[in-house]
Ligand binder design. Structure first.
Ligand code: ATP
Ligand code: MG
Length: 209
């Protein structure tokens, strides 16, 4: 059966860190397709300040347009309430076995899962394979994960990939826009243009009086 990758995130906004990670995972694990899944409301982030899901969906769609093996899935955006990855994986599992489904994350996210910080974390680790990308500031050593009650079988489902150290984050991009600093080359030009066109991440204009 064809292997499929799932790249979940808030994508506020999507950037080259996400795209490089997804492409590296796709090639290393011969994934037929990678679905980017923007969440509706991230359960583990502060709700206020997260950009409207439709903006995030459109930016992610612009970012993947040139890669025929990438697309954006609406299943979390269209599901009411906070987006729990467990619900997404259970929905996707209908068509794929645990061997053929690869959830792609950064090291920060996989560490949260193994520490049990996500909804039904232990079950999450049984539902698919995980590809954890190294990320500056989050060193990841699979053997280290034993401390977190992770079973042998879970470790077998967990694959670490090294990607070029891209210390790009959405947080930094939002901050840069707010401060009027450049974001060009941190993310696709089309996404930067969308941000400018819709005035995203700008601080509210203060009255001079
Ligand atoms: P924020 O700063 O708002 O948290 P982010 O840059 O971490 O944004 P998310 O949408 O939170 O982006 O991340 C989605 C997924 O992509 C997560 O699994 C995260 O670990 C991973 N990721 C984000 N940036 C990178 C990067 N530069 N390198 C590797 N993985 C990344
Ligand atoms: Mg993040």
């Amino acid at each position: 059966m064809a292997r499929v990758g799932i790249m979940g995130g808030t994508f506020d906004p999507v950037h080259h860190g996400h795209l490089v990670t997804a492409e590296e995972a796709r090639v290393q694990f011969t994934l037929e397709h990678v679905y980017f899944v923007p969440n509706r409301f991230p359960p583990h982030k502060q709700l206020d300040g997260v950009t409207d899901p439709e903006h995030r969906f459109r930016m992610t769609s612009l970012a993947v347009r040139t890669n025929p093996r990438f697309s954006v899935a609406r299943l979390e955006i269209d599901r009411p309430g906070p987006s729990y990855t467990i619900d997404t994986l259970l929905a996707l599992r209908a068509g794929h076995s645990a061997r053929d489904l690869y959830y792609i994350t950064g090291a920060d996210a996989i560490l949260q899962i193994v520490r049990g910080e996500w909804e039904r974390s232990a079950e999450l680790l049984t539902l698919c394979q995980y590809i954890a990308a190294s990320r500056p500031g989050f060193p990841i050593d699979v053997h280290d994960l034993r401390r977190y009650n992770v079973t042998r079988q879970h470790l077998d489902n967990l694959h670490v990939i090294e990607i070029p150290a891209l210390s790009i984050s959405s947080t930094d991009i939002r901050r840069r826009v707010a401060e009027g600093r450049p974001i060009r080359y941190l993310l696709p030009d089309e996404v930067a243009a969308y941000i400018a066109e819709h005035g995203l991440y700008r601080p509210p204009v203060r009255s001079l009086q």
